[in-house]
Ligand binder design. Sequence first.
Ligand SMILES: [Zn+2]
Length: 82
Amino acid sequence: MMNCKQASEMASQQLDRELGLRQRLGLKLHLLICRYCRNYARQLAFLHRAAPKLQAYIESRDEHRLTEQQKEKLRQVLQPRD
Ligand SMILES: [Zn+2]
């Protein structure tokens, strides 16, 4: 059985790449029994969807208010790391 650390890692990885069958099933099973990881996975997916929109917004609307340096900093914060 996958533990919470592995499950959160898989939840993060599945946003960037296709997981193997065993990993997908392991994650699904873990999410069924663990609400903490379920919440985490949901929030992660939300951020993953929201980040590009926020980035586009920053670039289109705030270009007169933010310096290049500030925008770069925001981009770094929004960039998913692993
Ligand atoms: Zn868990």
